[in-house]
Design a protein around this ligand. Structure first.
Ligand code: FBP
Ligand code: MG
Ligand code: MG
Length: 339
């Protein structure tokens, strides 16, 4: 299809505005501010090797991880973009210990949204030129507009999300998002800096042949996960499945959503809640997965039904093709019932 015929992200946002139950244009403005920020981050990621943004800044975030320079730069870029349109009253980020209140001027009553963000996902891949991403999750505040934003505005169940999405900064740059009416993907044409609708109404294949898990942690995995990995590797029927693990959640998820597959980051004997963060990694990916016909749980319970208690809490994560996640859950349940 010629580029002229392709819809731009800007046009799509406007066109779909009325599909959104609270549609007053504010969410459209919010998503537009994310669109702009992703282009700036994309520019930085593309020249990471030659610009002084490789390596860590020498301090740790609240999760005890070395902050990479690009983590901090991306965080600053998103916070600046989200704070300028008087629709966001608060931001929570992987790279900020506490939530940030966005001071609005005369239109404070308008600022109805909070945004939770993983500004740079796949940080361990930044300085080796492997695809990385950004993940975002958007809620309407529960506290009164015009009053200071509160922690409870962020600690909402995933089912309350009004929008979620991610960006892959890979061989091409794509933004993929949902506002609860299906999942659509847009590819950036870097020559003119415009996103075009390239993947309309994406659907997760119900079944796939790819499993994504860091098998280096095998010894520390729960028995159910060990049994499922063995099942994936058996020579039987359409198995063995193919093992693929990029080490950037967005990229592993994106591939599995397009081709069919499952991504698992389970609890381990060392980290009883796994590694991924509920509010700005698991919930947004779960919303997208379910909107695309996939499934997402902690091995037992639907991720989006989990009641959050802390900004940076972690959760075991089983996500992908619905039939594969159900199968993995059966292995988890069987292993637990044997104990
Ligand atoms: O190196 P590990 O333990 O397999 O973890 C890789 C996972 O951790 C993450 O890098 C965590 O995200 P951040 O890079 O945003 O901290 C995921 O993107 C990825 O899937
Ligand atoms: Mg991440
Ligand atoms: Mg990150």
């Amino acid at each position: 299809m010629s580029k002229q015929a392709l819809q731009t992200l800007g046009e799509f946002i406007i066109d779909k505005q009325d599909d959104f139950k609270y549609s007053t244009g504010e969410l459209s403005r919010l998503i537009s501010s994310i669109r702009i920020a992703t282009k700036i981050v994309n520019r930085e990621v593309n020249k990471a090797g030659i610009a002084d943004i490789i390596g860590n800044v020498g301090n740790m975030n609240i999760q005890g991880e070395d902050q990479q320079k690009l983590d901090v730069l991306a965080n600053d870029i998103f916070i600046a973009a989200l704070s300028q349109r008087e629709v966001v009253c608060g931001i929570a980020s992987e790279e900020s210990d506490d939530f940030i209140e966005v001071k609005c001027t005369e239109n404070a009553h308008l600022s109805k949204y909070v945004v939770l963000i993983d500004p740079l996902d796949g940080s361990s891949n930044i300085d080796v030129n492997v695809s990385v991403g950004t993940i975002f999750s958007i809620y309407r505040r529960v506290s009164d507009p015009g009053s200071p934003v509160e922690l409870r505005d962020f600690l909402q169940k995933g089912v309350n999300q009004v929008a979620a999405g991610y960006v892959v900064y890979g061989s091409s740059t794509m933004i993929v998002y949902t506002t609860g009416n299906g999942v659509n993907g847009f590819t950036l044409d870097p020559s003119i800096g415009t996103y075009y609708l390239s993947h309309e109404n994406i659907k997760f294949p119900t079944m796939g042949k790819i499993y994504s898990i860091n098998e280096g942690n095998y010894a520390k995995f729960p028995q159910g996960v060990k049994d499922y990995i063995k099942y994936c590797q058996e020579e039987e029927g359409d198995r063995p499945y193919t093992s693929r693990y990029i080490g950037s959640l967005v990229s592993d998820f994106h591939r599995n959503m397009l081709k069919g597959g499952i991504y698992i980051y389970p609890q381990t004997s060392h980290s009883p809640n796994g590694k991924l963060r509920l509010l700005y990694e698991a919930n947004p990916m779960a919303f997208l997965a379910e909107q695309a016909g996939g499934k997402c749980s902690d091995g037992f319970k639907r991720i989006m039904e989990i009641e959050p208690t802390e900004l940076h809490q972690r959760v075991p994560f089983f996500c992908g093709s619905a039939a594969m996640v159900t199968q993995a859950e059966e292995f988890m349940a069987k292993a637990v019932s044997k104990n």
